[in-house]
Design a binder for this molecule. Structure first.
Ligand code: APR
Length: 320
C-alpha cells in the first residue's frame, strides 16, 4: 500500500512540530509548505536527519510551491501570524483571512480530496473561511481547538486532583477564545464527574471555577510567558490526534470546530462540539444535553463566532 501523504501548510513553530510528530509516528510522507523561502526546506532537511537517530522512515520535503501538496491525504494548516502579548486571537483576523484565501485556493487546485485540519487563528472564523475558499465538503474541513482546550483543562484537573492525566476526561465546547465553555459536569476522573469529586471534598467549587478560567485563558498564559509567539507543542499534538483518527478510521470522539447545519440550533457556522472522526472526515456531530449555564455559555460563543464572520465578510466581499 502506498504511503499516505501529509501536507503541512505553514512551516513555523507548529508546522515544524507537526512534521516531527507525524514522522515519529510514521503517518506518511510529509511535505512542509511555506511562503518563506528556505524555512520549509531547512526544517525538512533537519527533520530528515532525525530519522536515522530515531529510527523512523518518512520522506520529508520542504517547498514553496503548492504543486507539491498534490494528492495529499491530510493537510494541516498553520499558515499565518501568531499572537504577540496583548493581542487577542481576533486581532489576527485581517492578515490571516488573506492567508486562508491563498491556502484555500492551493488546496482546491491540488488536493481537493484531502481531510483538512485548520489551526490558524482566530480559529472558528479561519476554518469557515478556509472551507469557503477551498470549496471542499464541510465534513472534510475541521478546526483544531477543542482537543487542545480540553487537554489544557485535563492538565489542570490532573494537577488539582493529583492523578494521572490518563485518568482525566474533560469536555470543552464553543469557540476557541475567551468564550469557550469548559463543561464541568462532563469532566471526570476515571468516570467520576468533577461535581461529585467536589462533594467528596477533593476540591472546592472556587478552585474548579479558577481552573475553568485558567483553561479559557490557556493560550494567553503561554503567549504571556513566551512573549515572541504562541503555544506550539500541545496544538501540534492535538492536530495529530485528529489526523490519526481520520487516517486510521479510528472514529474517536473529539471536540473540534465543526460545521453545524442545525445541530445545537446552529446553522451555517463552525463551532466547537464533540464529533466523530473517521475515514469520511467528520462522520457525526454528537449532540449532548447541556445544562442552562452551558447553553448560555455556548450561545455567547456562537454570537462571538457570528461577529467574526461578519467582520470577514466586510473584509472580503467574495465571502458575503
Ligand atoms: N502561506 C504559507 N505560509 C505562510 C503564509 C502564507 N500565505 N503566511 C505566513 N506563513 C507562514 C510563515 O512564514 C510562518 O513560517 O506561516 C508560518 C507561521 O508560523 P509561526 O509564525 O511560527 O506561527 P505558529 O506558532 O506556527 O502558529 C501559526 O496557528 O495557533 C495558530 O495563532 C496561531 O495563527 C497562528 C498559527
Amino acid at each position: 500500500m502506498a504511503r499516505k501523504k501529509i501536507a503541512l501548510i505553514g512551516a513555523g513553530n507548529i508546522g515544524g512540530t507537526l512534521a516531527h510528530l507525524a514522522a515519529q509516528k510514521e503517518l506518511g510522507d510529509i511535505v512542509l509548505f511555506d511562503i518563506a523561502e528556505g524555512i520549509p526546506q531547512g526544517k525538512a532537511l533537519d527533520l530528515s536527519q532525525c530519522g536515522p537517530v530515531q529510527g523512523f522512515d518518512a520522506a520529508i520535503t520542504g517547498t514553496n510551491d503548492y504543486k507539491d501538496i498534490e494528492g495529499a491525504d491530510v493537510i494541516i494548516v498553520t499558515a499565518g501570524v501568531p499572537r504577540k502579548p496583548g493581542m487577542s486571537r481576533d486581532d489576527l483576523l485581517g492578515i490571516n483571512l488573506k492567508v486562508m484565501k491563498a491556502v484555500g485556493e492551493g488546496i482546491k487546485q491540488y488536493a481537493p480530496d484531502a481531510f483538512v485540519i485548520c489551526i490558524t487563528n482566530p480559529l472558528d472564523a479561519m476554518v469557515w473561511a478556509l472551507r469557503e475558499f477551498s470549496g471542499l465538503p464541510h465534513n472534510k474541513v475541521v478546526g483544531m481547538a477543542g482537543v487542545l482546550d480540553s487537554a489544557r483543562f485535563s492538565t489542570f484537573l490532573a494537577w488539582e486532583f493529583g492523578v494521572s492525566v490518563r485518568d482525566v476526561t474533560s469536555f470543552v465546547l464553543g469557540g476557541h477564545g475567551d468564550t469557550m465553555v469548559p463543561v464541568v459536569e462532563y469532566s471526570t476522573v476515571k468516570g467520576i464527574p468533577v461535581p461529585d469529586l467536589i462533594k467528596m471534598g477533593k476540591s472546592t467549587q472556587e478552585r474548579i471555577d479558577a481552573i475553568v478560567k485558567r483553561t479559557a485563558n490557556g493560550g494567553g498564559e503561554v503567549v504571556g510567558l513566551l512573549k515572541t509567539g504562541s503555544a506550539f507543542y500541545a496544538p501540534a499534538a492535538s492536530a495529530i490526534a485528529m489526523a490519526e483518527s481520520y487516517l486510521g478510521d479510528q472514529k474517536c470522539v473529539l471536540p473540534c470546530a465543526a460545521y453545524l447545519d442545525g445541530q445545537y440550533g446552529v446553522d451555517g457556522l463552525y463551532v466547537g462540539v464533540p464529533v466523530k472522526i473517521g475515514k469520511d472526515g467528520v462522520e457525526e456531530v454528537i449532540e449532548i444535553e447541556l445544562n442552562e449555564q452551558a447553553k448560555a455559555g455556548l450561545q455567547v460563543s456562537i454570537d462571538a463566532v457570528k461577529d467574526l464572520l461578519t467582520a470577514c465578510k466586510g473584509i472580503d466581499s467574495t465571502l458575503a
